[in-house]
Design a protein around this ligand. Sequence first.
Ligand code: SAM
Length: 468
Amino acid sequence: MNNNAHFPAGFIQSLQQAPGFNADTFTETHQQNHAPTSVRINPSKEITLNNTQPVPWCRNGYYLQSRPSFTFDPLFHAGCYYVQEASSMFIDHIIQYIYNKENGPYRVLDLCAAPGGKSTLISSALGDEDLLVANEIIKTRVPILTDNLNRWGRSNVVVSNNDPKAFSRLKGFFDIIVVDAPCSGSGMFRKDPDAMNEWSEENVTLCQQRQERILADVYPALAEDGYLIYSTCSYSYEEDEAVLDWLCEEFDMESIQIPLQTEWGIVESRSAGHKAWGYRFYPDKVKGEGLFAACLRKRESSGEVHVHKNKNQPKPNYKEIDLLKPLVNDAAGMYFFKLNDDWLAINKSLREELETLQQYLYIKKSGVRLGKLAGKELIPDHEFAQSLLINKESFLQTELTYDQAIAYLRKDNFDLDTINKGWSLMKYQGQVLGWAKLLPNRMNNYYPKEIRIISQAQATQPSEGGAE
Ligand SMILES: C[S@@+](CC[C@H](N)C(=O)[O-])C[C@H]1O[C@@H](n2cnc3c(N)ncnc32)[C@H](O)[C@@H]1O
């Protein structure tokens, strides 16, 4: 693609004072254009990848030797891995650091969450008693976030569609808040040279103002002693260390130093005013794209929201719940509830949290949608098929060949050599893709049309081991 990195006017000069920046090696790396491909595997859906190298700062991150067509890998659609740029996976290292220091359970908010890279990462780190709220302000970006979290399969996840301001009413609710802020995007210049057209010094200033506004809006929702993880994919000091100084000036926050290994190549920086620690990723120094990340701790209280049960909930229909229980793993630990005609389930310990969130936020996903009951039969939801809640043994299961799996993911109906009748989980290499209703020798495909493969390109099977 880009043999000659033509950076926007003023860009290189604007970074001369950025900690650890080296204009020559930085420019050279952009000219060479060797952006590595990396994926993070889902530890709950066991797959093994061949010929990979671990991403050193992330438990489940791996570099691939080449970039396959992920669209035509059924294991990608099954939520076995997420394609994520390696530097972004550093959030896992920060979360691990916090988890090693503090006892859970944790309530975590990922405020700027779509398409869900950090949310799926955080979701893998959660224990069963923890809660993740993944929020996205832009309505049209919520479906991709929800789809990615559905594929990932954890049940202790809520997705909301709110402006950061809405969270200011949830005083002291969250133990960890991740703000992966919208930014001027220079960290993506190597992978996406078109992003250079958007860059200007004025835009950096506008981004900085927006970042501060977002942080001020969400700050009250952080508990006393809670952690704020702030990240951008911008190299600009104004959007990075300057924002840390602003946070320390405006609020009672303490900067946290995160232990690093020198060979990772990450630059540890200090802000000019409050000497807050930041972590800079330059593609000429690390195997990854541009990223800035920092961790701060709140040292004051903004009050506490009253967490309580919704007394207006209708009495549960225990007969219906009894029909659902055999279909669900760890049913005794689940709270079953109805939204319109749909049955949903979330970990019992999170019921009050969910009911509190429902009072303040516009919720788009709460736990796992199981489906509708028609008499004694469950009309199952796609979300349930891919969730870890599903008790697979209580359903028919059909293992597909590669070509059948691709046809299924295209939402084609095809002939099946079967005498079975009823709802079946459609699987590829043991991993669930979704539902079909089996009829003798054929099937009705229930894969959701919104997420079907629409590319008409010829599918090529990735070599054994999935993503490789
Ligand atoms: C850097 S992206 C997030 C990427 C995501 N965390 C991930 O890892 O996949 C920033 C997100 O912030 C959202 N956003 C844009 N303006 C915002 C605002 N004013 N307040 C909150 N979020 C905003 C964007 O829609 C986008 O989804």
